[in-house]
Design a protein around this ligand. Structure first.
Ligand SMILES: Cc1ncc(COP(=O)(O)O)c(C=O)c1O
Length: 361
């Protein structure tokens, strides 16, 4: 068990760069807030906890994360409520998932108080960066990298845990088209698909580019064993509505346990909407679209919340056959989940699940 007994040193700017930007308009992930949180892991424990002005860092070309991929991250959001309060959504779930990633990648776990205090102190300093627009949020990126200066495949003895944040608007301005990917696979049984390890994302870029070149914004990943079952939509979990039931692939070690996925399932159950977490085959969905039984398909994740899928493409020989879903305006469930999540985050309806933590004014 790691013990933590140090307080956070704060080196704060006496001005904010925020005035240089219209934070309701900045492109996703390009502008960072005034400060960042850093903790070092050395000699077997976390130390030197600090909040400093957002900055670049010096590293060795031999730094182990660069060579052997011990790099994990999280993605979460803070919101500005209608009354001006700033709240973070399901922070402890992201902390727990970061530590599941850490265990799988043989990295040290981050104690809850370091994650929570580091994040809340950072948000307290940088809360002017949380947009107040209807779809705006502050995207928060906690991550950990192996920093030992050593070549040789082995577990690093040194790490940094860092939190940076970036104001964000809508992720997808339009509904998306998704292409079924049956040549490349995202993850395998026994692999690292269930954790947020950097390597999972590097490997997805080339197949995603191929799909984008053909006019599809995202990929539907299939299971690598049989190539039959749908697992995720790009970097989102995926959901379908079939005959009024909300269906989503069950959690295995090949897909990420999304916090938005869990939130939508909890909301659906509370609303009395039938839900099924199980294997979902490509054939079931495509036949269901043709028969008019599958009426909605959407991705769910922190960045987009809900991304409506208009069309699912499948390669048939050299051609792609498109399976077109009913118009987005006619969809009942995905809009309902999107709106309910927004209403909770904005403080318009009660937070019955206790998902929000308020940042001190
Ligand atoms: C591969 C993958 N699946 C699903 C998700 C959705 O997870 P969450 O809802 O926690 O953002 C993400 C985003 O974090 C992801 O990267």
């Amino acid at each position: 068990m790691i013990t933590y007994s140090e307080s956070i040193q704060i080196n704060a700017l006496d001005y904010s760069r925020v005035v240089k930007y219209n934070i309701n308009e900045v492109p996703f992930g390009k502008v960072f807030t005034d400060h960042m949180f850093i903790a070092d892991y050395k000699e077997g424990h976390w130390q030197n906890l600090r909040i400093v002005p957002y900055q670049k860092f010096e590293m060795s070309y031999a730094m182990s994360a660069l060579h052997y991929g011990q790099a994990i991250f999280e993605g979460m959001k803070a919101f500005r409520q209608d009354n001006g309060d700033v709240v973070v959504f399901r922070m402890r779930d992201n902390w727990a998932r970061l530590n599941r990633s850490a265990v799988r990648m043989a990295m040290p776990e981050v104690p809850e108080e370091i994650f929570v205090e580091g994040l809340l102190q950072l948000l307290k300093l940088d809360k002017v960066w949380v947009p107040d627009s209807e779809n705006g949020s502050l995207y928060i990126r906690p991550f950990m990298i192996a920093t030992e200066e050593a070549i040789g495949v082995k577990i690093s003895s040194e790490y940094q845990f860092i939190i940076i944040a970036s104001p964000a608007g809508v992720y997808y301005s339009k509904p998306i088209k998704a292409l079924i990917q049956n040549t490349f696979y995202r993850s395998v049984k026994g692999g690292i698909g269930y954790v947020k390890a950097a390597g999972n994302y590097g490997r997805s870029l080339y197949p995603t580019k191929l799909a984008q070149d053909r006019g599809y914004q995202q990929i539907l990943w299939l299971d690598a064993e049989k190539g039959r079952y749908i697992e995720e939509a790009g970097t989102m979990n995926v959901m379908f509505v079939k005959n009024g039931t909300l269906i989503t692939p069950e959690l295995t070690d090949t897909l990420l346990s999304g916090i938005t996925r869990d939130s939508v399932l909890k909301l659906a159950r509370k609303m009395g909407i039938p839900t099924e977490e199980r294997r979902v085959s490509v054939e079931e969905i495509l036949t269901g679209i043709e028969k008019g039984e599958v009426t909605e398909a959407f991705g769910v994740g922190t960045a987009a919340t809900v991304a409506h899928i208009t069309t699912i493409g499948r390669e048939e020989g050299d051609l792609i056959r498109d399976y077109v879903l009913p118009p987005v305006e006619e969809r009942k469930y995905s809009h309902l989940f999107d709106k309910t999540l927004r209403d909770i985050r904005k403080g318009r309806i009660p937070d019955e699940f206790g998902w929000l933590i308020k940042v001190e004014r």
